[in-house]
Design a protein around this ligand. Structure first.
Ligand SMILES: [Zn+2]
Ligand SMILES: [Zn+2]
Length: 172
């Protein structure tokens, strides 16, 4: 996701189009994402302003998740807007540089900013539908496809241990 910007270097007011599409294969660092089922698509402009290179663009991608209740595959479209200045490295104070987007020579690398925007827009918890019934805790059947024959009225051992804990606390 690197763009050569020699055409607009030194020409304040000039801009170039930014448009690329790239498959993200590595999902390390993207919690719970199984894969990206569509490439990230970015479309916008990069303008040479007095301050730096102003990057204005829209991005979109599609992430594949597993429903947190029934484990079915769920595809989530994600879109985001970017509006950020890339400063020439060395042109601003070093302290500010840590937090700012920078570039050196005649290239801008968009990898970080795109990664950050995808991350900021990923959903926290994914369900295939609001009323997903999930899997039976005993036989594992997907309850969206119908009831199973298990007896669900017995007490849940996890709840029982919580209750015990609670009682202990009360006696102290
Ligand atoms: Zn589900
Ligand atoms: Zn069951």
């Amino acid at each position: 996701m690197i763009l050569t910007i020699s055409q607009i270097i030194g020409k304040i007011g000039e801009s170039i189009e930014v448009s690329f599409s790239e498959q993200i294969e590595n999902t390390t660092g993207y919690p719970d994402v199984v894969c990206f089922s569509e490439p990230v698509e970015v479309k916008g402009t990069l303008t040479n302003t007095k301050k730096g290179m102003l990057f204005k663009a829209e991005g979109k991608i599609e992430a594949e998740y597993l429903c947190s209740r029934c484990l079915e595959t769920v595809k989530i479209p994600i879109s985001f807007n970017m509006n950020e200045i890339f400063y020439q490295a060395g042109s601003i104070e070093r302290e500010n540089e840590k937090e700012a987007e920078t570039f050196c020579d005649n290239q801008i690398d968009f990898t970080d900013i795109i990664q950050r925007n995808i991350l900021a827009n990923l959903p926290m918890k994914v369900v295939c539908k609001e009323d997903c019934k999930g899997l039976c805790s005993k036989c594992g059947k997907n309850l969206n496809e119908g009831q199973c024959d298990c007896n669900h009225t017995e007490f849940d051992p996890r709840l029982e241990s919580l209750r015990t804990l609670f009682n202990v606390d009360e006696e102290v």
